[in-house]
Design a binder for this molecule. Structure first.
Ligand code: BTN
Length: 265
């Protein structure tokens, strides 16, 4: 286990966009640091990387476990010039970029759990948290795209609360060039980011969709529901067939596997 450290010069060898990369040993959260840079005018393409995070942030107010030596934690500053309703496409597009890099560089077969968790061998190995800041006129001033990857399982295993879900991209005896992996993610993302509404990207997501045809539980308008995952639509919304045979499109939130009865247990 263990890997060659990320380095700005190595990353710059492979990254094909004008990126400005900063690497910290530890921070509270790379999203927080990136936000501070963005607030003081940092341009799109600034990338903040940390070897560990003391307060890594996950979606829905959760924490993202970010120990040193076993993962990659980074945030990219974006200044998207797109309609406000397209901002929400950034995260699923990033999920496709990550999944492709896991295939190309790590030779794995990742699946995307809607909206933006990447699973390998049934375990979550990557999470994505996008945070947008909007101006008074409602347009996005910047978006912080934060991505955390569990490269290896920690020596003493994942903490109790995430143990059943969290996994690692690599086996202990596997090594890959992590500078190549990270630059591939960044290159893939900026290629797809040029056209957030590309149907090719939607198709790329679709072919990697986890939970297709499976029964899931979800909350819509505060109400717990269950149904079967059919697909995603052109806006990366999850298409679910409800128990009463209706079709619903979920724009955000989270689904969990199992019947409603199982969820009550
Ligand atoms: C999730 O799984 O809910 C999203 C996790 C996102 C974690 C990454 S790690 C880099 C960036 N900085 C953070 O504090 N969070 C994101």
């Amino acid at each position: 286990m263990g890997f060659k450290e990320l380095s700005v010069s190595e990353l710059n060898k492979f990254i094909n966009i004008p990126a400005d990369i900063k690497i910290y040993d530890f921070v509270e959260s790379t999203n927080v640091v990136a936000k501070q840079y963005a607030e003081t005018g940092a341009a799109e393409g600034n990338v903040i990387i940390a070897h560990s995070q003391t307060g890594g942030k996950g979606r829905l107010g959760r924490k993202f476990y970010s120990p040193k030596g076993t993962g990659i934690y980074f945030s990219i500053i974006l200044r998207p010039k797109v309609k406000t309703e397209e901002i929400s496409l950034i995260t699923p597009v990033a999920a496709v970029a990550v999944a492709k890099a896991f295939e190309e560089i790590a030779k794995k077969s990742p699946k995307i759990k809607w909206v933006n968790d990447i699973f390998v061998n049934g375990k979550k190995v990557c999470g994505i948290l996008s945070e947008a800041a909007f101006g008074a006129d409602g347009t996005a001033q910047y978006v912080i795209l934060g991505i955390g990857i569990n490269l290896y399982a920690p020596e003493n295993g994942f903490p109790e609360d995430i143990k059943s879900i969290a996994g690692a991209l690599l086996e202990p005896n596997e090594t890959i060039d992590i500078n190549l992996l990270l630059s591939n993610i960044i290159n893939n993302f900026f290629k797809l980011y040029k056209d957030l509404k590309s149907t090719d990207t939607v198709d790329a997501y679709r072919t990697r969709l986890l939970l297709k045809n499976q029964k899931v539980n979800y909350i819509k308008n505060g109400e717990p529901k269950s149904g079967t995952v059919l697909d995603i639509d052109e806006a990366f919304q999850l298409v679910i067939e409800t128990e009463s045979g209706k079709t619903e499109h979920l724009q955000s939130g989270e689904v969990t596997v199992g019947s409603k009865e199982a969820a009550k247990k």
